[in-house]
Design a protein around this ligand. Structure first.
Ligand SMILES: Nc1ncnc2c1ncn2[C@@H]1O[C@H](COP(=O)(O)OP(=O)(O)OP(=O)(O)O)[C@@H](O)[C@H]1O
Length: 682
């Protein structure tokens, strides 16, 4: 085991002096940045750009007195090279001579801090971790990598490391830069061109890894990704609020955060639909159907184009127009882009006609012809302008249109399922469902290319339908993705059963699949209890091995039906007596009653909802089961597990929902129930 040193006189005092020096150097770097004058730029535009860059730089050089500028150190002795020391921190700090006082955790040299081991020391002879309290160093702990001391495989040896993993959770999620584990670091530092899919049981650090990867990519490929953008997609607003502070704490404020709903917002969702219809709408076969639905609007002309100019009329015969249409359709450009090219193509043929008859028209004539009413009208008839809502409205209202677009891809029964029972008269009045949003997005992309970002981190990806995955994938068509998820936590009827399939729908068939199995959240007794559900709803998938030292606490509190809420209140009061967050998780339709019972007993609490997260930092939050995914609390009180499972459309989904709910606790899980617990838990 590494030795813990808290002696404040010798070595620790020297390290504190290095920290004080680093703080001074950071202040010097900030003063320098503040003294630069953006108005000296050569013109107003570059002055404005420079001003923005400088403001960002000054902000990034702020010193946060609550934390230290470094959390670790490595001493390296490369063969044939000089021995060197590197202090590793959240950002780079250099002295006047330009030498590094602190190196960024994302710099290549820092890799060894995370990955060096006695088996592969990577030239590191000593790794030091620091204990910190309110901006000052309180202790350090050394690992001598030269010694043949071999920690157990997979152990997170060291009391400082363990303390960081064990610390109680309060408020939103924090970064893990000081304790990223080797298997996590491999994912974080995967090249920007590589798409990675991470399958991991609850609490194995998938979300943490995805966010740190975004930060690492932005550091390592700043110019490329600043231009193209990085986006994090999560399951709901409460989740985004939970994770929203992590990237800013790592100095990255320019990463977009979205839910799948906000990403595919093509109007208001006004209709719910049966699970089987939504599942069918999420099926990847719909992509081909929608493609045909759009392109079938290009009609073979039966009449020639006739363009009057002065006293003459110029003709482009129908067979020639057909040749132009075929050529445009075969070019692989989007429907609307090809349509935009059509007037000039037609005008060019008119021009050729003119030349054949001895005239010498120039480009201006071609432009005038392209813009003429005759050409416009003709184009509208053979290649009409379309919009996604119009296309989908017609497709879902009209059996013949759907039948034609469906081809052999959909059975007659499936077509009947898709058709609206009562179609709205106009596209504006259509009552779109959530699943329709992905269809509208697909049509939108057939019409005009949706721009691609440089990198997309997709969390809880198992819950997306193939059509939703395609929608996310097209936003990373020229970039890469980090896909995070757990098949066992799939709680939508269309949840994926195979990462290969999901990655194919995302357009990333070529990817690295990594499995994480060490659990950093859920303590052993709790994960073992929750894992009883696995064979019943995700056979073949293992539970994580908890690396938490705290074995955790699991308490079952039976109650009578009349006494259920009183028992919940007692459990919450006990849980809230110690510091740390408390999540009270209940079936969605019981949340109101649970919250009322807590209010009647004057237990202060907040409520998380799909649409809005936590504005205030409250110790106790009441959470609908459907919103719990991805969240964590120090202690959880789970109300009536059988009702949570029964709220889902089928048994498997019910057990999966329960598995998600039971795995939110960092130290204690209390289950309050009046109904018998689901048999699978016994
Ligand atoms: N290397 C680490 N050091 C310290 N804490 C860690 C580490 N890795 C993960 N954690 C912590 O473990 C907890 C779970 O992490 P995270 O939420 O990323 O897991 P997850 O796999 O996304 O879980 P879920 O599937 O339940 O959403 C978080 O509090 C995170 O900070």
């Amino acid at each position: 085991m590494p030795a813990l040193d808290t002696d404040l006189t010798g070595e620790l005092a020297r390290e504190q002096a290095h920290l004080d020096d680093a703080r001074e150097q950071l202040a010097r770097m900030r003063r320098l940045a503040e003294s630069l004058d953006a108005s000296k730029a050569s013109d107003a535009v570059s002055g404005e750009v420079l001003g923005r860059v400088l403001a960002r730089r000054i902000a990034s050089l702020q010193d946060d007195p609550r934390t230290t500028l470094f959390f670790g150190r490595i001493d390296v002795e490369p063969a044939g090279g000089p021995a060197e020391q590197f202090h590793i921190g959240r950002r780079h700090v250099s002295d006047e001579a330009g030498d590094a006082v602190v190196v960024d955790w994302r710099a290549p040299i820092s890799t060894a801090f995370y990955r060096a081991s006695p088996i592969d020391p990577m030239d590191v002879v000593l790794r030091r971790r620091f204990g910190v309290d309110r901006g000052r160093l309180t202790a350090f702990e050394d690992e001598n990598l030269r010694a043949s001391e071999q920690p157990e495989a997979g152990s997170t040896a060291g009391s400082l490391l363990a303390a960081e993993i064990e610390r109680p959770r309060t408020g939103p999620m924090r970064d893990i830069v000081s304790t990223i584990q080797p298997e996590q670091d491999e994912i974080v530092r995967s090249d920007v061109t590589v798409s990675v899919c991470v399958q991991g049981a609850p609490g194995t650090g998938k979300t943490a890894v995805g966010l740190h990867r975004a930060a690492w990519l932005l550091y390592s490929f700043r110019e490329r990704l600043d231009r193209s953008g990085v986006l994090v997609v999560g399951p709901n607003r409460a989740f985004l609020d939970h994770i929203g502070a992590v990237l800013p704490s790592l100095g990255e404020v320019r990463v977009g955060h979205a839910t799948i709903e906000t990403l595919l917002e093509h109007g208001r969702v006004r209709a719910d639909e049966p699970a089987d219809v939504a599942t069918l709408k999420g099926d990847a076969r719909l992509a081909a159907v929608l493609h045909r639905a759009v392109w079938s609007h290009v009609v073979r002309p039966s009449e020639a184009l006739v363009v009057p100019r002065g006293v003459r009329k110029w003709r482009v015969p129908a067979y020639e127009v057909k040749g132009i249409l075929d050529e445009l359709a075969a070019r692989g450009v989007r429907y609307s882009a090809a349509r935009d090219l059509l007037p000039q193509r037609l005008a060019h043929h008119v021009l050729l006609e003119m030349e054949r008859s001895g005239e010498a028209p120039d480009d201006r004539v071609q432009d005038a012809v392209a813009r003429s009413p005759a050409v416009k009208k003709y184009v509208a008839s053979v290649w009409p302008a379309l919009d996604p809502h119009g296309v989908l409205h017609r497709l879902l209202s009209d059996a013949d249109t759907l039948g034609e677009a469906a081809g052999d891809d959909l059975t007659a029964d499936e077509q009947a399922m898709l058709l609206w029972d009562k179609a709205a008269r106009t596209k504006g009045a259509a009552r779109w469902s959530r699943a329709d949003m992905a269809l509208l997005d697909e049509v939108d992309d057939v019409l005009r290319r949706v721009p691609s970002l440089g990198h997309v981190v997709l969390d809880e990806a198992q819950d997306l339908s193939p059509m939703q995955l395609r929608a996310v994938g097209r936003r990373a068509s020229t970039g890469s993705v980090t896909v995070l998820g757990d098949i066992a936590q799939g709680t939508t009827p269309w949840a994926t059963g195979s990462w290969d399939d999901a990655m194919r729908h995302l357009g990333k068939a070529d990817h690295d699949l990594v499995v994480l199995d060490r659990g950093f959240r859920v303590p052993a007794v709790v994960i073992e209890y929750a894992a009883r559900l696995l064979p019943h709803m995700a056979p073949g998938l293992g539970a994580p091995v908890s690396v938490r030292e705290n074995p955790g606490r699991l308490e079952l509190r039976p109650a009578t039906r009349d006494d259920l809420h009183a028992e919940v209140v007692r459990a919450v009061e006990t849980a809230a007596a110690a510091p740390g967050s408390v999540g009270v998780i209940a079936a969605d339709d019981s949340v109101e009653a649970v919250s009322a019972a807590l209010a009647a007993a004057s237990v202060p609490h907040g409520r998380l909802d799909v649409d809005h997260g936590d504005d205030e930092d409250r110790q106790v939050e009441v959470v609908p089961a459907s919103v719990a995914k991805g969240l964590e609390f120090d202690r959880t009180v789970v109300v009536e597990p059988s009702a949570i499972a029964a709220a889902e459309p089928d048994e498997r989904t019910g057990l999966r929902r329960l598995y998600v709910v039971l795995t939110r606790a960092v130290s204690e899980l209390t289950i309050v129930h009046a109904e018998p617990l689901p048999a699978e838990l016994s």
